[in-house]
Design a protein around this ligand. Sequence first.
Ligand code: MN
Length: 233
Amino acid sequence: MSGEAEPGFVIQPAPRPVLPVTGTDRLFPVHRVYCVGRNYAAHAVEMGHDPARSPPFFFQKNPDNLNLTGAFPYPAASRDVHHEIELVVALGTGGRDIAVADAPACVHGYAVGLDMTRRDLQAEAKELGRPWATAKAFEASAPCSPLVPVSRSGMLDAGAIWLDVNGERRQTGDINQMIWKIPEMIACLSGFFTLMPGDVIFTGTPSGVGPVARGDRLDGHIDGVGDLAVTVV
Ligand code: MN
């Protein structure tokens, strides 16, 4: 037992995950990180699925997987780590069974994120019918830009999203190609979980996912939100 812990705790509490907010020196405290799978038809197809028969679905990362450092450490236990550029939606309010019409008011802001994925472990999990935790929810697996509040960006329902690797365009799409639009995904998610202020949602990736290697430079962009630059180390 350590004598160093904060009073009232048997061990030192972990730091609270936060996102910086553009235009302010205040921070957005992160509660949970939800992710949407196969939310762009072209990406579902490239992964071997028929989007007409297999709708999007949810999985999670850990809040402390958010990575604001600009560096992505190539993780252990994989030889095939992929980039997935995604719009991140941050919730300022939550609730249960939120109506689609009420969902836009829950959005506090947006960020540019990368859902880094151990594709080999994900393929094995799919094959064996196992969870995706080791493929998705590992350390530093969610590089993320600062949050842009809706007060600056306006509500987003369209806009280019792309990712360059070492200056070469790899992923391109438009937010308007999402199968579940942002209000629909908030409404649907709130039927499974009690959404809370501080929850963030990675909203799925357009097509063009592929492997990264140490030394790669990833440059992501979403119109109306901004840029995210990450080096694989
Ligand atoms: Mn993803």
